[in-house]
Ligand binder design. Structure first.
Ligand code: SF4
Length: 206
């Protein structure tokens, strides 16, 4: 019989397939290929532009493949390239207004999964999120997961600052307690902390 860890990975993999399938079905109808749809979603929450190399790392694809997809998106008027503010020789990628609207519609295409999770009790959702964050932490330790703008790698995150078991952590930026259910994995206000503090933060979830 499979171990529990094997069955968990199988479940995560099946859920990932269903989500991808829902997104791709929608994207195909919009004349986008899967990589193009994923790039639009990646850029959706980015106020500042991102480099092509970052996109390639996040999607685990080659720089050449990412470049082809970005060029196709630029030709469709969904992505624009601009000179990077922090390096005049580099190029940043941004969504155009049309790209932003498309990314919103793509996110709506997997709303069925959000509805399914929302039917779980608040406790079950919190446990699930905590468990998934721990898996991500282990994968990051093994250098198998791309960088995230997560609370657990943020310099504003203060682990176990409160006695309250329901909200033990704290966000120094907004100066408010952080229940596990509110931990972010893609926060626009994220600022990276040093690697030693990151390890301490991830351990706070164990
Ligand atoms: S909510 Fe944002 S700013 Fe606050 S700790 Fe989390 S990632 Fe950092």
């Amino acid at each position: 019989m499979d171990s529990t860890s094997t069955r968990i990975i199988s479940a995560i993999s099946r859920i990932g397939s269903v989500l991808r399938s829902g997104m791709w079905e929608f994207a195909t109808g919009e004349n986008l290929n899967p990589a193009q749809a994923e790039i639009l979603q990646l850029l959706h929450s980015r106020v500042q532009g991102v480099r092509l190399s970052w996109v390639a790392r996040q999607l685990s694809i080659s720089a050449a493949s990412a470049s082809d997809s970005v060029s196709a998106l630029a030709a469709k008027g969904l992505v624009r390239k601009a000179r990077a503010l922090d390096d005049g020789r580099a190029t940043d990628l941004h969504l155009t207004e049309e790209g932003r609207q498309m990314a919103q519609r793509i996110a709506g295409a997997t709303g069925f999964a959000d509805e399914a999770v929302a039917k779980l009790s608040p406790q079950a959702q919190e446990q699930l999120l905590g468990g998934l964050l721990q898996v991500i932490g282990q994968l990051q330790k093994a250098e198998r997961f791309p960088e995230l703008r997560a609370c657990l790698s943020c310099k504003h995150f203060q682990p176990n600052r409160h006695q309250d078991a329901a909200a033990p952590h704290h966000c120094g930026l907004v100066d408010a307690p952080l229940p596990v259910a509110m931990l972010r994995i893609d926060c626009p206000d994220h600022q990276p902390t040093d690697p030693v503090q990151q390890v301490t933060n991830w351990q706070a979830l164990v």
